[in-house]
Design a binder for this molecule. Structure first.
Ligand SMILES: Cc1cc2nc3c(=O)[nH]c(=O)nc-3n(C[C@H](O)[C@H](O)[C@H](O)COP(=O)(O)OP(=O)(O)OC[C@H]3O[C@@H](n4cnc5c(N)ncnc54)[C@H](O)[C@@H]3O)c2cc1C
Length: 511
């Protein structure tokens, strides 16, 4: 679609909300341009707990609308992307000093029945003295509950939405900042500034969508000149990653002494992911990082419940993000609503501006539908919602069933090592054929960069998924950063540099 003037919709921000709206809008025939100042899915949408969940704890805050929508979305998204989203059992130990068992039972009953559960199992009580699920816990914990939610590879979900948007004609511009936008002659006129210092581009758009996440107020100030922060409440959350604490694919949900919950989740085969915290935040969202106090808090939750102790020295990786929540004036950061809120400035009937506050990764698809239901009438478009039934790129597996798909891949490519076949199938789903092409052996995958990283995969990520740096590939398109050695990282950086110097425009990406 490159070069349309004016475009129908300019989206500022390539997190899950911007990418999800780009996909939906492009599929409804709008000419869409999305700009993201850094890599796609590099801010809040890469720093989540990575759950597609109803949010059991939100029931305590009477967020029934949000929980119901999120519960329904679990199954919709599971069908759309069974490679990057999968069911996960959550074990909730009951601690007598905290929420009473009857309260948890009521919450789980509502969780089971509020929203269209088809594939996921219902909740049940567990006797830890008999059930091996109790083995990773301290022995005084004798009873608990189990329920199901889903896991998602969050930053890959963003990229798959952007990819589908592009395949429906959207133009996606990562590493490009919207530095200015103003209304003129019934249109938006925006300036887009590439991060590499290349020439700025002026674009015109019939509508502007502010999906700037934690920067939503900054973007708003840039386009309206207003300096109001009043609707935005920034709440930081951090996670730590430690060597795996227990065997098994189940996660644990632990009630800390302050009544907050902390998750322990099997992560990247060798690790456990622990999070999150909830801290008011006033700094620059671009430089957010975990503090020693947060690490101590998360270790404290583990050491109250899990048999194996965790110390700050055990942490192999950590990350932090900032929730861009709608400020409902709640006293504590944990109580602020996680639901999304729109701020529509319809202008004088032309050049509308829609800003997004809050939301969850889980509800991004519904958020996109709601956002478009506000914008499309102003653009004279009456196309129907379509994303509920259509798989994301790579998700079109028979029966939305991952394991048979993997088994078939292994049957067709017996030379592919089992770990690599699983990793490729998880990351790329049915699109794995674009990496493997007609390969008849590992030698056909190009240069071996080490630790299971081959040139064919890197080239695919650069050419099709907008990856540009080693960081994009190791930490967002994958989590290989946790697995590969320094030599592989150096070879990858050298490969990207060779591509960049060989490309006529000096950019590694060759879309
Ligand atoms: C600790 C934590 C745990 C969470 N856990 C979960 C969970 O388990 N499940 C769940 O469903 N949700 C979870 N969430 C919530 C979820 O992560 C967020 O709601 C979601 O990622 C927000 O997406 P977004 O697109 O609004 O923001 P972002 O992902 O932050 O995207 C906004 C983008 O806008 C870009 N941008 C800003 N200004 C400009 C500009 N001028 N020009 C161009 N680009 C610009 C930024 O670079 C950024 O990439 C969690 C959040 C946190 C912080």
């Amino acid at each position: 679609m490159a070069g349309q003037d004016p475009v129908d919709l300019l989206i500022v921000g390539g997190g899950i909300n911007g990418a999800g709206i780009a996909r939906d809008a492009a599929g409804r025939g709008l000419e869409v341009l999305l700009c993201e100042q850094n890599d796609l899915g590099s801010a809040t949408s890469a720093a989540s707990t990575k759950l597609i969940h109803g949010g059991l704890r939100y029931l305590e805050y009477y967020e029934f609308r949000l929980v119901r929508e999120a519960l329904i979305e679990r199954e919709v998204l599971l069908r759309a992307a069974p490679h990057i989203i999968w069911p996960m059992d959550f074990i909730l130990p009951h601690d007598k000093g905290l929420r009473p068992a009857w309260m948890i039972r009521i919450g789980l009953f509502m969780y089971d029945h509020l929203g269209g559960r088809e594939r996921l199992p219902g909740s049940r009580g567990i006797d830890f003295k008999r059930d091996p699920l109790g083995a990773p816990l301290k022995p005084h914990l004798t009873k608990g509950f189990s329920y199901a939610d889903c896991w998602v590879e969050d930053s890959r979900l963003v990229v798959l939405n952007a990819l589908d948007a592009a395949e429906h004609g959207a133009e996606i511009l990562p590493r490009t900042r919207c530095s200015e936008a103003r209304r003129a002659d019934g249109l938006w006129e925006a300036t887009l500034a590439p991060a590499d210092g290349g020439p700025e581009r002026k674009v015109r758009a019939r509508a502007l969508l502010n999906a700037g996440g934690p920067w939503v107020s900054e973007v708003l100030a840039r386009v309206t000149g207003s300096n109001t922060q009043s609707s935005l409440r920034l709440v930081k959350g951090s996670h730590i990653v430690v060597p795996r604490l227990y065997e098994g694919e189940q996660a644990y949900i632990l009630q800390h002494t302050d009544r907050r919950v902390v998750f322990v989740i099997p992560y990247e085969r060798r690790y456990s992911l622990i999070g999150t915290t909830d801290e008011p935040y006033e700094g620059d969202p671009g430089t957010v990082a975990i503090t020693p106090d947060e690490t101590a808090y998360l270790c404290g939750a583990i050491n109250r419940f899990m048999a194996k102790e965790v110390r700050p020295e055990d942490v192999v990786w950590s990350y932090a993000g900032v929730r861009p929540l709608y400020d409902d004036m709640s006293e504590s950061a944990s109580a602020v609503t996680r639901d999304y809120v729109f701020d529509l400035d319809a202008g004088d009937g032309k050049a509308p501006l829609l800003s997004i506050y809050g939301g969850k990764i889980t509800t991004y698809r519904r958020l996109a539908e709601h956002a478009l239901s506000k914008l499309l009438p102003l653009l004279g478009n009456d196309a129907r919602p379509w994303t509920a039934e259509v798989p994301l790129p790579g998700g079109d597996m028979p029966g939305a069933d991952f394991e048979p798909f993997l088994a078939e891949l292994q049957r067709q490519k017996p030379w592919l090592p089992g770990d690599l076949a699983r990793r490729y199938a998880r990351a790329y789903g049915t699109r794995v054929d674009r990496i493997l092409n007609a390969a008849g052996g590992l030698n056909d995958l190009g240069e071996d960069l080490g630790d299971g990283l081959y040139e064919a995969e890197v080239a695919y990520l650069v050419e099709r998924e907008w990856a540009s740096s080693a960081e994009d590939i190791l930490w967002r398109r994958s989590k290989l950063g946790l697995h590969v050695g320094e030599a592989t990282k150096r070879r990858l950086a050298a490969w990207l540099e060779r591509q960049r110097t060989a490309a006529p425009d000096g950019k590694a990406a060759a879309r």
